[in-house]
Design a protein around this ligand. Structure first.
Ligand code: BES
Ligand code: MN
Ligand code: MN
Length: 456
């Protein structure tokens, strides 16, 4: 242990510089202009996997131009196999003017590196790569077998990896998956995330008249598809936050008493959370459920945007011919995305106002995931984290989604350990995203320690 810690300490500056080089690549998966950057990022990853001593390293291209990267090291005979997963794609940077330093010029302030993708997820999974490098450098071999599968489209739903997983179940077989793409409960509190929400993301496309119309000449007779969407959306949820789509809650299970008790034991100041994290005048949501339950154990229904009609400066008197709504629901364990989507489709088609046709296009969906905190590998991960941070690991659920985690369970039949090194205020998907460099170094040590513990 002490030698490995020494290696990480003496190479820490180089590790950071490599991460900064990675962070300079603007690998924004949703923007088609960044296709070349996606390939560059994938090549960066494959190069570092090879340098860490992994074998069979490949960049697996796909039509969308967002390659997967694979590498393995399978010489620990009779020992377990860990499937490492991470994503090199990042979110767009807008609004750019709110960044204190440019998003793709990593800048260190107060012990954190600020850059898009620093915590989500480049910095986090790069800690895994450096853990493998350190173990190989120290011992010439690894304590367990490892496979790395890194994707470039997590932020856009992960189509390629899902297909790859479906077609390569044998090749990807492992005992457990390890993912660092979540956050610690609070600074200094080592955390394992036991559940992620799933989701169904849709675009609702509405059509009214054959063309845009003058709202004076036709107002009063022409159907307005933008308003039609609003009318239907308003019926989907009541004022207290209950979703009104029939069957929506059918498969939702309450968290166990043990889980609820462990949440109740976590330090939580609701007033500070409202003020500092949410920054609104009130918290919303279903009555009778705590904040933890509303985020971790209850599904949601949200509208993200209403593209359509006139949105420029000033006024334009128009009844738009078409409009759309970006809508998603976050699902909890046991809810089936297919069933939920069907329920929404039936509800919307029954409620669309006269003269407005609404068609639902599914953009992506994924089931929720739930891990058993008593699984022996999770217990070892908790032990590794606890040893590095010097305090007992806590278990929480997260409201976010990592689409492939549910697939690892479904296709490979393996649990995923969500060992996040992020912090609640890292600003994922927001301006000034950051990642704690202390957590980067501790993450390397915790990952290496976990592999050592898993060997026994
Ligand atoms: N890493 C996040 C998810 C996350 C963050 C989980 C913090 C738990 C704690 C991931 O990259 C993400 O943003 N996922 C998307 C999924 C999607 C676009 C399919 C999400 O949750 O919106
Ligand atoms: Mn992520
Ligand atoms: Mn993300």
């Amino acid at each position: 242990m002490s030698t490995l810690a020494e290696y990480v300490r003496s190479n820490g500056g180089r590790f950071e510089n490599e991460l900064f080089e990675f962070l300079r690549i603007p690998s924004i998966s949703t923007l088609p202009d960044h296709r070349a950057d996606m390939l560059r990022a994938a090549e960066f990853v494959s190069g570092k996997l090879a340098a860490a001593g992994l074998e069979n390293v490949e960049v697996i291209e796909n039509a969308a131009g967002r390659p997967l990267v694979y590498g393995d090291w399978l010489h620990a005979r009779g020992k377990p196999t860990v499937l490492f997963y991470g994503h090199y794609d990042v979110q767009p940077v807008d609004p750019l003017e709110l960044w204190e330093s440019p998003p793709f010029e990593p800048t260190v302030r107060n012990g954190s590196v600020y850059a898009r993708g620093a915590a989500d997820d480049k910095g986090q999974f790069y800690a895994h790569v450096k853990a493998v490098e350190a173990l190989r450098a120290m011992h010439g071999e690894l304590p367990v077998n490892v496979k790395f599968l890194i994707e470039g489209e997590e932020e856009v739903g992960g189509e390629a990896i899902e297909a790859y997983l479906a077609a390569n179940g044998e090749k990807l077989q492992a005992d457990v998956a390890l993912v660092s793409d979540t956050a610690m409960y609070a600074p200094g509190i080592p955390t394992i995330c036991t559940a992620l929400r799933g989701m169904v993301y849709m675009e609702w496309q509405a059509r009214g008249a054959a063309r845009d119309l003058h709202s004076g000449l036709y107002g009063g007779v022409a159907p307005n598809p933008l308003f039609g969407l609003i009318e239907v959306l308003a019926q989907c949820k009541d004022a207290e936050g209950r979703v009104l789509i029939p069957g929506f809650y059918d498969d939702v299970e309450a968290p166990s008493a043990k889980e609820k008790a462990s949440w109740a034991g976590l330090p939580f100041d609701e007033a500070a959370y409202l003020r500092d994290e949410v920054g609104s005048t009130a918290l919303t949501g279903e009555p009778g459920f705590s904040v933890f339950e509303r985020i971790g154990a209850r599904p949601t229904f949200e509208v993200h945007g209403l593209p359509g009609g006139f949105t420029g400066p000033g006024a334009k008197t128009v009844i738009p011919a078409t409009a759309a709504a970006k809508v998603s629901t976050r699902l909890v364990p046991h809810q089936d995305p297919v069933k939920i989507l069907a329920g929404i489709e039936a509800f919307v088609s029954a409620r669309a106002p006269q003269g407005v046709a609404i068609e639902i296009r599914e953009i992506h969906s994924a089931p929720a995931s739930l891990a058993d905190p008593d699984h022996p590998a999770i217990a070892k991960a908790a032990q590794a984290l606890g040893g590095v941070w010097g305090r007992e690991t806590v278990y929480v659920r997260s409201g976010g989604s990592i689409p492939i985690v549910g697939e690892f369970q479904k296709r490979l039949g393996i649990p995923t350990i969500l060992m996040g090194f992020g912090l609640p205020d890292d600003g994922l998907h927001s301006p000034n995203e950051k990642f704690s460099l202390e957590n980067f170094h501790k993450g390397i040590l915790a990952t290496a320690r976990f592999l050592e513990l898993l060997q026994a």
